[in-house]
Write a protein that binds this ligand. Sequence first.
Ligand SMILES: NC(=O)c1ccc[n+]([C@@H]2O[C@H](COP(=O)([O-])OP(=O)(O)OC[C@H]3O[C@@H](n4cnc5c(N)ncnc54)[C@H](O)[C@@H]3O)[C@@H](O)[C@H]2O)c1
Length: 259
Amino acid sequence: MTDRLSGKRILVTGAAQGIGLAIVEACLREGAAVFCMDRDAALLEKSIEGLGGEGATLVAQAGDITKPDEVGAAIERAGRTIGRPNALINNAGVNVFDEPLSLSDADWDRCFDINLKGAWNCSKAVLPGLLAEGGGTILNIASTHAFTIIPHTFPYPLAKHALLGLTKSLALEYAGRNVRVNALAPGYVQTQKVIDYWNSFPDPEAARQETLRLHPGGRIATPEEIAKAAVFMISDECPFMNATCLTIDGGLSVQQHPA
Ligand SMILES: NC(=O)c1ccc[n+]([C@@H]2O[C@H](COP(=O)([O-])OP(=O)(O)OC[C@H]3O[C@@H](n4cnc5c(N)ncnc54)[C@H](O)[C@@H]3O)[C@@H](O)[C@H]2O)c1
Protein backbone atom coordinates (compact mmCIF):
# COMPACT_ATOMS: atom_id res chain seq x y z
CA MET A 1 0.00 0.00 0.00
CA THR A 2 1.21 3.53 -0.80
CA ASP A 3 -0.12 6.99 0.01
CA ARG A 4 -0.46 8.35 -3.53
CA LEU A 5 -4.20 8.85 -2.91
CA SER A 6 -4.04 9.59 0.78
CA GLY A 7 -6.79 12.08 1.73
CA LYS A 8 -8.89 11.19 -1.33
CA ARG A 9 -12.48 10.19 -0.70
CA ILE A 10 -13.60 8.74 -4.00
CA LEU A 11 -17.05 7.86 -5.27
CA VAL A 12 -16.77 5.16 -7.95
CA THR A 13 -19.86 4.23 -10.01
CA GLY A 14 -20.30 0.87 -11.70
CA ALA A 15 -17.99 -0.49 -9.02
CA ALA A 16 -19.26 -4.08 -8.80
CA GLN A 17 -17.16 -5.54 -11.61
CA GLY A 18 -14.83 -4.93 -14.53
CA ILE A 19 -12.99 -1.63 -14.81
CA GLY A 20 -14.87 -0.08 -11.87
CA LEU A 21 -13.92 -2.87 -9.46
CA ALA A 22 -10.28 -2.75 -10.62
CA ILE A 23 -10.31 1.01 -9.98
CA VAL A 24 -11.71 0.47 -6.47
CA GLU A 25 -8.95 -2.04 -5.66
CA ALA A 26 -6.22 0.23 -7.04
CA CYS A 27 -7.53 3.27 -5.15
CA LEU A 28 -7.65 1.33 -1.87
CA ARG A 29 -4.07 0.13 -2.45
CA GLU A 30 -2.95 3.74 -2.94
CA GLY A 31 -4.43 4.90 0.36
CA ALA A 32 -7.83 6.33 -0.66
CA ALA A 33 -11.19 5.87 1.00
CA VAL A 34 -13.69 4.59 -1.55
CA PHE A 35 -17.48 4.70 -1.75
CA CYS A 36 -18.77 2.18 -4.28
CA MET A 37 -22.06 2.47 -6.13
CA ASP A 38 -23.63 0.00 -8.56
CA ARG A 39 -27.19 -0.82 -9.53
CA ASP A 40 -26.50 -4.58 -9.21
CA ALA A 41 -26.93 -4.96 -5.45
CA ALA A 42 -26.11 -8.68 -5.25
CA LEU A 43 -22.95 -8.43 -7.34
CA LEU A 44 -21.83 -5.32 -5.46
CA GLU A 45 -22.20 -7.11 -2.13
CA LYS A 46 -20.25 -10.13 -3.40
CA SER A 47 -17.46 -7.97 -4.82
CA ILE A 48 -17.12 -5.94 -1.62
CA GLU A 49 -16.92 -9.18 0.38
CA GLY A 50 -14.11 -10.20 -1.97
CA LEU A 51 -12.25 -7.05 -0.93
CA GLY A 52 -12.60 -7.94 2.75
CA GLY A 53 -15.97 -6.30 3.38
CA GLU A 54 -16.97 -2.80 4.38
CA GLY A 55 -14.76 -0.85 6.75
CA ALA A 56 -13.44 2.63 7.49
CA THR A 57 -12.09 3.09 3.95
CA LEU A 58 -14.57 1.00 1.94
CA VAL A 59 -18.33 1.50 1.85
CA ALA A 60 -20.82 0.37 -0.78
CA GLN A 61 -24.40 1.16 -1.60
CA ALA A 62 -26.63 -0.14 -4.36
CA GLY A 63 -27.97 2.65 -6.52
CA ASP A 64 -28.81 3.65 -10.06
CA ILE A 65 -26.99 6.67 -11.50
CA THR A 66 -30.00 7.51 -13.66
CA LYS A 67 -32.00 8.23 -10.49
CA PRO A 68 -30.95 11.50 -8.85
CA ASP A 69 -32.56 10.53 -5.52
CA GLU A 70 -30.44 7.35 -5.37
CA VAL A 71 -27.31 9.32 -6.26
CA GLY A 72 -28.19 11.84 -3.54
CA ALA A 73 -28.72 9.06 -0.99
CA ALA A 74 -25.32 7.56 -1.84
CA ILE A 75 -23.53 10.88 -1.44
CA GLU A 76 -25.33 11.56 1.81
CA ARG A 77 -24.22 8.16 3.18
CA ALA A 78 -20.70 8.73 1.89
CA GLY A 79 -20.66 11.95 3.93
CA ARG A 80 -21.61 10.00 7.06
CA THR A 81 -19.07 7.19 6.48
CA ILE A 82 -15.89 7.93 4.51
CA GLY A 83 -16.58 11.69 4.38
CA ARG A 84 -17.95 13.92 1.62
CA PRO A 85 -16.37 12.79 -1.69
CA ASN A 86 -13.57 14.99 -3.02
CA ALA A 87 -13.19 12.86 -6.14
CA LEU A 88 -15.66 11.17 -8.48
CA ILE A 89 -15.04 8.47 -11.05
CA ASN A 90 -17.96 8.19 -13.46
CA ASN A 91 -17.38 4.65 -14.64
CA ALA A 92 -20.85 3.05 -14.92
CA GLY A 93 -21.81 2.54 -18.54
CA VAL A 94 -23.58 0.13 -20.87
CA ASN A 95 -23.18 -0.95 -24.48
CA VAL A 96 -26.18 -0.10 -26.64
CA PHE A 97 -25.25 -1.24 -30.13
CA ASP A 98 -27.67 -1.15 -33.06
CA GLU A 99 -28.13 0.22 -36.56
CA PRO A 100 -29.58 3.73 -36.70
CA LEU A 101 -32.84 2.76 -38.36
CA SER A 102 -33.60 -0.27 -36.20
CA LEU A 103 -32.80 1.39 -32.87
CA SER A 104 -35.86 1.79 -30.63
CA ASP A 105 -36.60 5.07 -28.86
CA ALA A 106 -36.36 3.17 -25.55
CA ASP A 107 -32.81 2.03 -26.35
CA TRP A 108 -31.80 5.56 -27.43
CA ASP A 109 -33.05 6.84 -24.05
CA ARG A 110 -31.37 4.02 -22.10
CA CYS A 111 -28.05 4.70 -23.80
CA PHE A 112 -28.04 8.43 -23.08
CA ASP A 113 -29.62 8.09 -19.61
CA ILE A 114 -26.83 5.83 -18.37
CA ASN A 115 -23.76 6.80 -20.42
CA LEU A 116 -24.29 10.58 -20.36
CA LYS A 117 -27.03 11.77 -18.00
CA GLY A 118 -25.91 9.38 -15.26
CA ALA A 119 -22.45 10.93 -15.29
CA TRP A 120 -24.02 14.37 -15.16
CA ASN A 121 -26.33 13.36 -12.27
CA CYS A 122 -23.31 12.24 -10.24
CA SER A 123 -21.19 15.26 -11.22
CA LYS A 124 -23.99 17.64 -10.31
CA ALA A 125 -24.37 16.00 -6.91
CA VAL A 126 -20.63 15.93 -6.10
CA LEU A 127 -19.56 19.32 -7.50
CA PRO A 128 -20.95 21.50 -4.66
CA GLY A 129 -18.80 19.52 -2.20
CA LEU A 130 -15.70 19.90 -4.38
CA LEU A 131 -16.25 23.65 -4.66
CA ALA A 132 -16.89 23.99 -0.91
CA GLU A 133 -13.67 22.11 -0.18
CA GLY A 134 -11.62 24.34 -2.51
CA GLY A 135 -11.09 21.75 -5.22
CA GLY A 136 -11.30 18.15 -6.34
CA THR A 137 -11.33 15.86 -9.32
CA ILE A 138 -13.80 14.20 -11.65
CA LEU A 139 -12.73 11.44 -14.02
CA ASN A 140 -15.11 10.21 -16.70
CA ILE A 141 -14.49 6.76 -18.14
CA ALA A 142 -15.20 7.43 -21.80
CA SER A 143 -13.94 5.18 -24.60
CA THR A 144 -12.17 5.33 -27.95
CA HIS A 145 -15.81 5.49 -29.13
CA ALA A 146 -15.66 9.09 -27.83
CA PHE A 147 -13.70 10.14 -30.94
CA THR A 148 -14.05 7.28 -33.45
CA ILE A 149 -17.06 5.48 -34.91
CA ILE A 150 -17.52 1.75 -35.47
CA PRO A 151 -20.48 1.03 -37.77
CA HIS A 152 -23.39 -0.91 -36.19
CA THR A 153 -22.62 0.38 -32.67
CA PHE A 154 -25.15 3.23 -32.81
CA PRO A 155 -25.78 5.21 -30.57
CA TYR A 156 -23.13 4.26 -27.94
CA PRO A 157 -20.38 6.35 -29.61
CA LEU A 158 -22.68 9.39 -29.70
CA ALA A 159 -23.13 9.21 -25.93
CA LYS A 160 -19.37 8.79 -25.39
CA HIS A 161 -18.65 11.76 -27.72
CA ALA A 162 -21.07 13.77 -25.57
CA LEU A 163 -19.40 12.53 -22.37
CA LEU A 164 -16.17 14.01 -23.69
CA GLY A 165 -18.06 17.26 -24.29
CA LEU A 166 -19.36 17.18 -20.71
CA THR A 167 -15.78 16.62 -19.52
CA LYS A 168 -14.43 19.67 -21.37
CA SER A 169 -17.39 21.85 -20.47
CA LEU A 170 -17.24 21.19 -16.71
CA ALA A 171 -13.44 21.44 -16.76
CA LEU A 172 -13.49 24.95 -18.20
CA GLU A 173 -16.39 26.02 -16.03
CA TYR A 174 -14.62 25.13 -12.76
CA ALA A 175 -10.89 25.32 -13.61
CA GLY A 176 -10.61 28.61 -11.73
CA ARG A 177 -11.91 26.91 -8.60
CA ASN A 178 -9.34 24.12 -8.52
CA VAL A 179 -11.60 21.40 -9.89
CA ARG A 180 -10.05 19.18 -12.57
CA VAL A 181 -12.30 17.21 -14.93
CA ASN A 182 -10.72 14.69 -17.29
CA ALA A 183 -11.63 11.62 -19.29
CA LEU A 184 -9.98 8.30 -19.85
CA ALA A 185 -10.56 6.46 -23.13
CA PRO A 186 -9.97 2.72 -23.00
CA GLY A 187 -10.07 0.64 -26.15
CA TYR A 188 -11.09 -2.98 -25.68
CA VAL A 189 -10.74 -4.17 -22.07
CA GLN A 190 -11.14 -7.75 -20.86
CA THR A 191 -14.43 -7.43 -18.92
CA GLN A 192 -17.81 -9.16 -18.96
CA LYS A 193 -19.06 -6.44 -21.30
CA VAL A 194 -16.56 -7.43 -23.98
CA ILE A 195 -17.17 -11.15 -23.41
CA ASP A 196 -20.91 -10.50 -23.87
CA TYR A 197 -20.07 -8.61 -27.08
CA TRP A 198 -18.07 -11.56 -28.44
CA ASN A 199 -20.89 -13.91 -27.39
CA SER A 200 -23.35 -11.89 -29.47
CA PHE A 201 -21.67 -13.28 -32.63
CA PRO A 202 -22.50 -16.72 -34.08
CA ASP A 203 -18.83 -17.71 -33.55
CA PRO A 204 -17.63 -15.97 -30.33
CA GLU A 205 -14.07 -17.35 -30.61
CA ALA A 206 -13.73 -16.02 -34.16
CA ALA A 207 -15.01 -12.63 -32.93
CA ARG A 208 -12.42 -12.66 -30.11
CA GLN A 209 -9.60 -13.51 -32.54
CA GLU A 210 -10.73 -10.72 -34.87
CA THR A 211 -10.61 -8.23 -31.97
CA LEU A 212 -7.08 -9.34 -31.07
CA ARG A 213 -6.02 -9.12 -34.73
CA LEU A 214 -7.13 -5.46 -34.85
CA HIS A 215 -4.69 -4.59 -32.05
CA PRO A 216 -1.09 -3.76 -33.00
CA GLY A 217 0.19 -5.72 -29.97
CA GLY A 218 -2.17 -8.67 -30.53
CA ARG A 219 -3.96 -8.28 -27.17
CA ILE A 220 -6.51 -6.13 -25.37
CA ALA A 221 -6.14 -4.32 -22.03
CA THR A 222 -6.70 -5.72 -18.56
CA PRO A 223 -8.97 -3.74 -16.19
CA GLU A 224 -5.92 -3.27 -13.93
CA GLU A 225 -4.06 -1.41 -16.70
CA ILE A 226 -6.94 1.06 -16.97
CA ALA A 227 -7.11 1.41 -13.17
CA LYS A 228 -3.42 2.40 -12.97
CA ALA A 229 -4.07 5.32 -15.31
CA ALA A 230 -7.18 6.30 -13.35
CA VAL A 231 -5.15 6.45 -10.13
CA PHE A 232 -2.63 8.79 -11.76
CA MET A 233 -5.33 11.05 -13.18
CA ILE A 234 -7.16 11.57 -9.88
CA SER A 235 -3.94 11.84 -7.84
CA ASP A 236 -2.14 15.10 -7.13
CA GLU A 237 0.70 13.98 -9.42
CA CYS A 238 -0.79 15.76 -12.44
CA PRO A 239 -2.25 19.04 -11.07
CA PHE A 240 -2.18 20.80 -14.46
CA MET A 241 -3.91 17.96 -16.34
CA ASN A 242 -7.37 19.30 -17.05
CA ALA A 243 -10.06 19.06 -19.76
CA THR A 244 -8.15 16.29 -21.47
CA CYS A 245 -8.68 12.69 -22.48
CA LEU A 246 -6.05 9.98 -22.06
CA THR A 247 -6.33 7.10 -24.52
CA ILE A 248 -5.28 3.61 -23.45
CA ASP A 249 -5.85 1.27 -26.37
CA GLY A 250 -2.47 -0.24 -27.23
CA GLY A 251 -2.33 1.92 -30.36
CA LEU A 252 -5.63 0.64 -31.83
CA SER A 253 -7.20 3.98 -32.69
CA VAL A 254 -4.25 5.65 -34.44
CA GLN A 255 -4.01 3.00 -37.16
CA GLN A 256 -5.40 3.76 -40.60
CA HIS A 257 -6.03 0.01 -40.82
CA PRO A 258 -4.42 -3.10 -39.27
CA ALA A 259 -1.18 -4.26 -40.97
N1 LIG B 1 -14.73 -3.04 -21.42
C1 LIG B 1 -14.35 -2.28 -22.42
O1 LIG B 1 -13.79 -2.77 -23.40
C2 LIG B 1 -14.54 -0.79 -22.35
C3 LIG B 1 -13.91 -0.04 -23.33
C4 LIG B 1 -14.06 1.36 -23.32
C5 LIG B 1 -14.83 1.95 -22.35
N2 LIG B 1 -15.45 1.18 -21.42
C6 LIG B 1 -16.26 1.90 -20.42
O2 LIG B 1 -15.77 1.56 -19.15
C7 LIG B 1 -16.85 1.57 -18.20
C8 LIG B 1 -16.88 0.23 -17.46
O3 LIG B 1 -16.98 -0.80 -18.40
P1 LIG B 1 -16.85 -2.34 -18.01
O4 LIG B 1 -16.41 -3.05 -19.23
O5 LIG B 1 -16.09 -2.49 -16.75
O6 LIG B 1 -18.40 -2.69 -17.78
P2 LIG B 1 -19.10 -3.84 -16.92
O7 LIG B 1 -20.37 -4.14 -17.63
O8 LIG B 1 -18.15 -4.96 -16.63
O9 LIG B 1 -19.43 -3.09 -15.55
C9 LIG B 1 -20.24 -1.96 -15.54
C10 LIG B 1 -20.93 -1.86 -14.20
O10 LIG B 1 -21.77 -0.69 -14.24
C11 LIG B 1 -22.98 -0.99 -13.59
N3 LIG B 1 -24.04 -0.11 -14.07
C12 LIG B 1 -24.60 -0.09 -15.30
N4 LIG B 1 -25.59 0.81 -15.35
C13 LIG B 1 -25.66 1.39 -14.12
C14 LIG B 1 -26.48 2.38 -13.56
N5 LIG B 1 -27.48 2.95 -14.26
N6 LIG B 1 -26.27 2.76 -12.27
C15 LIG B 1 -25.28 2.18 -11.54
N7 LIG B 1 -24.48 1.21 -12.02
C16 LIG B 1 -24.66 0.81 -13.31
C17 LIG B 1 -23.25 -2.45 -13.93
O11 LIG B 1 -24.15 -3.05 -12.99
C18 LIG B 1 -21.85 -3.05 -13.89
O12 LIG B 1 -21.54 -3.61 -12.64
C19 LIG B 1 -18.11 1.86 -19.02
O13 LIG B 1 -18.42 3.23 -18.97
C20 LIG B 1 -17.71 1.48 -20.42
O14 LIG B 1 -18.45 2.17 -21.40
C21 LIG B 1 -15.32 -0.18 -21.39
